[in-house]
Design a protein. Structure first.
Length: 349
């Protein structure tokens, strides 16, 4: 980011902030060529500024605020390959310039550098490098993620701790604003993918194919229903337009045909199944009475046949019971005879 690399600097310059796992912060000064033509031939000079800042725990994130406490966005410039096949003039017209202030008057008299590690957060005043605020976030656990985000037209430091707590600190004063237990980290996927976004939102991968979105802002929660999108917009089916005489005469759009009319029996010379058919019979009241009498006679004959069948089934049951009784009596008599002659010799018969 563009900041003051040394204590006695009067203007901001391009700097690279390096944080180590032991809590050391080193500022490297980047000397960029002034013009694009020189940038193609001269290299970027990187030199240590001699500034070293210390924190407790591994460094997680950096941020820079101006004198009014507003977040300063990091400078960037689109890089293009000079040997590409695109037109050079066209490439120069599309080229973006650095979106950051380039003088100390635009940045104010000084800056605030926000540095957060796994254990604590510090705010330094630049270029004096004076530590203005210190806040020990946790002692028993450690932070997994920390981001400087905008919330309600202000800037705050959002932190996600390994014990599942979500905490927010005001900037640059580092006053605790929120500390709530959300989710204990039981899956390393959550620890690797958790990130904070602006306006009080956060995201993480709850599974390999699912993204969990949450909010810790009441304003965002109140407006959440208005922000939800629909898969489709319901629209009523319009009515069919009346086919005019001139349109049908001079050949307009194709006419809609019924499926039965195209593929049914109507094309084969047979009547459609959906149409009633007239079957001629004996006309008059006498014909109707005769038909009714015939139906009644058929019902009577069916009832008689059922009665006869039931009677025959009853006789069959009686015969079956009699045969079972006779078989049981024969078996009993045969058993008695066997017991009578069981122990006699052949010469005693």
């Amino acid at each position: 980011m563009e900041s003051f690399a040394r204590k006695n600097d009067s203007a901001v310059s391009s700097c690279l902030w390096v944080g180590t796992g032991l809590g050391m912060v080193i500022i490297l000064s980047l000397n960029l060529p002034a013009s694009d033509d020189l940038r193609q031939s001269e290299p970027v000079m990187v030199s240590p500024s001699g500034t070293v800042l210390t924190l407790k725990g591994a460094v997680l994130t950096f941020a820079c605020l101006d004198c009014m406490g507003t977040l300063t966005h990091r400078p960037y410039e689109v890089w293009r390959d000079p040997h590409s096949a695109d037109d050079g003039d066209k490439a120069r017209k599309r080229k973006l310039v650095m979106h950051s202030p380039s003088s100390s008057q635009d940045m104010g008299d000084h800056q605030f550098a926000v540095i957060c590690s796994e254990k604590q957060a510090k705010v330094f005043s630049l270029p004096s490098q004076t530590c203005l605020y210190v806040h020990n976030i946790t002692e028993t656990s450690f932070l997994l993620r920390a981001d400087v985000v905008t919330l309600c037209n202000s800037v705050c430091l959002a932190c996600f701790c390994a014990n599942g707590h979500i905490m927010t600190l005001s900037l640059p004063s580092l006053r605790p604003l929120l500390d709530i237990n959300y989710l204990p980290v039981t899956d390393m996927r959550i620890a690797r993918t958790f990130c904070f976004t602006n306006e009080g939102q956060a995201l993480y991968l709850s599974s390999p194919t699912e993204i969990q979105r949450l909010t810790y802002s009441q304003e965002m929660c109140d407006n959440l229903q208005d922000m939800l999108g629909d898969l489709f917009t319901p629209v009523e089916t319009p009515e069919a337009q009346n086919r005019g005489f001139l349109k049908g005469l001079f050949g307009g759009s194709g006419q809609a045909f019924d499926r039965e009319e195209l593929f049914g029996e109507a094309t084969a010379g047979k009547a459609s199944r959906s149409l009633a058919q007239h079957i001629p019979g004996s006309g008059g009241i006498e014909g109707v009475r005769g038909a009714a009498g015939g139906v009644i006679g058929d019902l009577t004959r069916a009832r008689i046949a059922l009665d006869e069948r039931g009677q025959k089934l009853g006789e069959l049951d009686e015969r079956t019971a009699s045969m079972m009784a006779s078989a049981e009596a024969f078996s009993k008599h045969a058993h008695e005879v066997m017991l009578k002659y069981k122990d006699k010799k052949w010469y005693q018969f």
